[in-house]
Design a protein around this ligand. Sequence first.
Ligand code: NAD
Length: 505
Amino acid sequence: MVGNQVTAKQQVPFDKKVEDIKLYIDGAFVDAESKETFDNISPFTNEKINAVASGDETDIEKAVKAARKAYKGEWGNMKMKDRLTYIYKIADLIDEHIDEIAPLESYDTGLPISQTKKMVARAANNFRFYAEMVSARLVGEVYQVDDEFLNYTVQKPVGIAGLITPWNAPFMLETWKIAPALATGNTVVLKPAELSPLTANRLAEIIDKAELPDGVFNVVHGYGETAGASLVANPDVELISFTGETTTGSEIMKNGADSLKRFSMELGGKSPIIVFEDADVDRALDACTWGIFSFNGERCTANSRLYLHESIAESFIENLKDRVANIRVGDPMRADTQVGPLIHTDHYNNVKSYIELAKDEGCEVISGNIPGELNRGNYVAPTILLNAKNNMRIVQEEIFGPVIAVMTFKDEAEVIELANDVRYGLAGYVWTKDMQRGHRVAHAIDSGMLWVNSQNVRDLRTPFGGSKHSGIGREGGHYAFDFYTETKIIHVAMKDHHIPQFGKK
Ligand code: NAD
């Protein structure tokens, strides 16, 4: 490495001796009360990276108690300006440590370093963005009733935010929830994914360094069924923001029903990309390839269903095959790697079983190359499933790996019907130069987010979330305030108005 420059094909230097991880509760790094730990495994070698404290109900209770104390105490009573100073400080500290956090994330998840670097930078932006949003947009409304009443709304924090996150972009997704939760004045208990605990721990160290009051931010590592379920069931936790699989989301909603939790659900996807005959096919090909194969295909908004107009299908598929043959599958720590290993052997087996299923269902399977020296990792080669049909399981179910199903269509009406014929509705991508059609199709597709002539480019001011089985509610922009704050209405009489006289003699 020359200075901070990582040149192509160079290995990012990284000290693989990672300390064992503790829970972060009430401003201190502590063992689980049970002293239990679990092993964190490398996706690249399938060897143990380190041991992680395995929290359970007792640790969750401790963390929630600390969060309650902080909420009732210093944090809850802090002036907004002072609170936001902490949020900016976290953003600055993340920025200062990007070159150290990104390799840690790649080491833990198998995501290529060039991609984790961008995600860590985005994580810092999440904090900065929400500090700005809260000072500019956390506003109420006033309703004047002639000269009699002034009715106004105020936004109050909800209390203790329980945040449960997945492994597929852990650091970014954690901060995407923590930033608005803290900036609006809540305190937090985070339960990160057990498969990717390293950067959640690093975030706890950063927040500790930013000297937030004890108990404002807590991290309880552990399994979903124990630590996660206890967080959901805890009656003192007011809200759960969850990102993960649709079936887990549904389970969480059942478990949180007794304590009437407020939920935000960011769930799975099976997003279509539609390429019409008049599209800029070169750009559509770039977007399509990046959209499914970046992040090892483990991206919620991945365009995993490709619908090609029949007149351009043959040449588009030939070019896609060419791309797949040339995608650089490699060590996630190499600056030029485009696809790394999948998170875990269970997930690897699951993705491989879908590729086998595709063959059984009658698809032609075209796969890229995996260099021989990578045989210890959970590598699945970028894969195209040709001759797919909408009713196949490989088209209906989320595979969450570097696998794209390809179909053709004759006209707009047909492709809208095909695109909508799944239970998911997270994202969609439309490629056409006819902008009337672009708008029309974007309106017609049942999904929370649509991109016309673009890949998944985010504008943090806009809402993020899915429809159908892809989610409930929206985060992002000021939409996060609907979830992380309680809207209170205050009615003030400006003069003596008529009050009905009950029981007066
Ligand atoms: P997952 O549902 O298996 O796990 C997510 C988190 O939930 C983990 O922390 C896990 O420990 C916890 N958990 C599991 N069971 C639980 C329970 N019973 N109670 C409480 N917590 C529990 O998901 P995953 O495999 O980690 O992530 C991949 C999924 O996430 C994919 O479906 C992907 O599409 C989805 N995702 C969605 C978005 C979005 O914004 N819509 C973003 C990223 C990922």
